[in-house]
Design a protein around this ligand. Structure first.
Ligand SMILES: [Zn+2]
Length: 182
């Protein structure tokens, strides 16, 4: 696996005060690099508009593309389109305040720092944008659009489980009869 992290680092040396634009692609290699387990593959373009001043940088990041995940119910692949905007404010400080708790969207960086590594920010933003339940949506009649074969297998497993439970029940019946005899 090649280390592609350089792509997600903004070099700060020589960047003038003012507005700057960047574009990055989060692809399969990115998701492997960041070990975002849920995501099998995907291509997300991130367009960044950065405004740099003497004291801070503010970034607006537009994420657009799709990711492929495994459906939690039928285990087939499932593609999610993503299109959202996130923000990041980076304050330049002369010394890093250890007690400062880095907020997700507000960071501190040393004023002499040479680079801004966005890898962590990018994958957290994508992870948060995904729904908590990764399953195929229902169709307009409210029926699941999951792999029908897998749905049948799941239904069989569920009914087998119910049968097993009824098979255990006779023991309780026996206990019940003992209780009656006494
Ligand atoms: Zn499914």
């Amino acid at each position: 696996m090649t280390d592609k992290r350089d792509e997600y680092i903004i070099r700060l040396s020589g960047v003038e005060i003012g507005n700057h634009k960047y574009s990055m692609i989060c692809d399969k290699a990115f998701f492997e690099l960041t070990r975002l387990d849920e995501i099998e593959e995907g291509t997300i373009q991130v367009r960044i508009e950065m405004e740099k001043s003497a004291k801070m940088m503010s970034l607006q990041l537009h994420f657009e593309g799709d990711v492929t995940v495994v459906c939690d119910r039928c285990l087939d692949f499932l593609t999610f389109p993503l299109d959202f905007i996130d923000f990041l404010v980076v304050n330049f400080v002369s010394h890093i305040d250890e007690s400062f708790e880095n907020d997700d969207n507000i960071w501190q960086i040393h004023e002499k720092a040479h680079e801004l590594d966005l890898t962590h920010f990018l994958y957290e933003a994508i992870e948060l944008a995904l729904p908590t339940q990764l399953i195929h949506s229902d169709d307009e009649n409210g029926n699941p659009t999951c792999n029908p074969q897998m749905l049948r297998k799941l239904a069989e497993l569920t009914s087998n489980k119910t049968e097993q439970t009824t098979e255990i029940d006779p023991r309780w019946n026996a206990l019940e009869q003992l209780r009656i005899k006494n």
